[in-house]
Ligand binder design. Sequence first.
Ligand SMILES: Nc1nc2c(ncn2[C@@H]2O[C@H](COP(=O)(O)OP(=O)(O)O)[C@@H](O)[C@H]2O)c(=O)[nH]1
Ligand SMILES: [Mg+2]
Length: 309
Amino acid sequence: MEKQNKEKNFFAKLKEGLRKTRSGITSRVDELLKYYREIDDDFFEELEETLIIADVGVQTTQLIVEHIRKRVKDEKIGDVPQIKDLLKEEITSILEKGSHDISLKSPTVILVVGVNGVGKTTTIGKLANRYHNEGKQILVAAADTFRAAAGEQLELWCKWAQVPVIRHEEGADPAAVVYDAVQSAKSRKTDVLLCDTAGRLHNKKNLMNELEKINRIIDREFPDAHKEVLLVIDAVTGQNAITQASLFKEAVGITGIALTKLDGTAKGGVVIAIKSQLDIPIYYVGVGEQMDDLQPFKAKEFANALFGS
Ligand SMILES: Nc1nc2c(ncn2[C@@H]2O[C@H](COP(=O)(O)OP(=O)(O)O)[C@@H](O)[C@H]2O)c(=O)[nH]1
Ligand SMILES: [Mg+2]
């Protein structure tokens, strides 16, 4: 019963987090369905426009609309409201394709990367709390040593989550922090080591070199650990997120994505673009600034929250 309540709250929260996107996509689709008497070219054009405005991306929108057009023709669909079901099915199938959960077999190292301000530190705090509550031994490495404030912010989150942090002085070598954290994780029998990193993109080459070095240290010093590289992207940045992902993918090989700030945008359609254009699973979505505002991404649930069911 309690589990059921929790799941219900989860879904309500996701739905609330998607409020702006719902009014961007769903309300506009509903208007279209009311306005049009038949499914013609104008209808499809407006449907396309609606999806592009919600940041589903031109390429992905065309793919979706093409599929719907084909199904309308093949299945002789003439009933306008039925389009909503088709749309939901198409979106669900894109979101479901190749998706899987993060693997947390013990020990696991999660290297968290992404540009400045996307929500890396916040996401680590939320994850540390979630995994700690699941009974796992957690350790966090404060490898964003660029500003002292970054380490302080992380320490605060970890205090709330009641998990230990390895932290060096401001300006220290981030790879040395990770090195220390790995040794400590091995001796403490940590289940999950979460590594925060800096994201200063104005010095792209240095940042990528730094991340590659950290990545190598983890591989060399902790070969028995399962490794995940979690790319954090901010839904508000829209299509730019796709460019960021390609950049990080090349440098450190992303295994999964956490998409934050879905609550802050009407352009949450970017989830669909990301899933369709990058062959990377989405592990988590962020729908607010509080500790429990990070949810595992579930394709069906997400589509339901988007289209209301
Ligand atoms: N509304 C909202 N804000 C978020 C979310 N995730 C992070 N933030 C905010 O984004 C800002 C930057 O986060 P931070 O973790 O410092 O980013 P970092 O530079 O990547 O480490 C902070 O003000 C966070 O509270 C989210 O899912 N929703
Ligand atoms: Mg940070």
